[in-house]
Design a protein around this ligand. Sequence first.
Ligand SMILES: [Fe+2]
Ligand SMILES: [Fe+2]
Length: 277
Amino acid sequence: MNDSAGTLLAISDLHVAYQENREFVARLRPGSDGDWLLVAGDVGEKVADVEWALRQLRDRYATVVWAPGNHELWTPKDDPVTLRGEERYRHLVELCRGLGVVTPEDPYPVWTGAGGPVAVVPLFLLYDYSFRPDGVDQATALADAYEAGVVCRDEMLLYPDPYPTREAWCRARVEDTEQRLAAIDPALPTVLVSHWPLVEAPTHVLRYPVFAQWCGTRLTADWHLRFRARAAIYGHLHIPRSTVYDGVPFREVSVGYPREWRMRGAEPQGPRQVLPA
Ligand SMILES: [Fe+2]
Ligand SMILES: [Fe+2]
């Protein structure tokens, strides 16, 4: 390791319940003392697994920033932590704070290394089933998914409590987050970090298009422009790639399940460099 200025790195979908992924996380090391690591959700399902992974990463990287994925928000039947919905999210936020990991509830840290300064913004926005074909209502889209046998396990395991629905929780998160983003110094560009993509286009390459309804919200379609994103980081799709929308680089930075990353190589791809670009 050298002590050069450092790199802003991002990864997601570590899914450490899988032993091979756990071993991969245990091997992860920064390239320099100044490296920051953005973790865009789906670390794991059980709270103890999430803690295990984030603690190790926090011990190695100068700064670790976490945004929740749907898997952290599940209430698995075999997790001793039985909290649901908002309470579970708040519990994870407190856990992160205890570890020194930055969450969507904290002041946005400013990356001042190469490619900076930029405000690094972890987002928790969820989804509202609006990524569905125009003219198809929500109930029909969901029925189509059941018909196709492609239903996100969130329907069984991600409780929206105390909100009546996941889409209501999403709308509340979008409203609150929009205000916080609007309060960032307008001279400062941002790096937006969200488990779900902020725009719908990345879902057009899903193998099962009907799954897109669990992948984001149309309410954030212009956020990469409105909030001056230098880059938008996401995961969830398990389709790692780089694209550009409206001149803004989008990076899907997932590791994914062992059966997925093994199709691409002997090892999962490590953290992707966000800045310097
Ligand atoms: Fe995932
Ligand atoms: Fe996910």
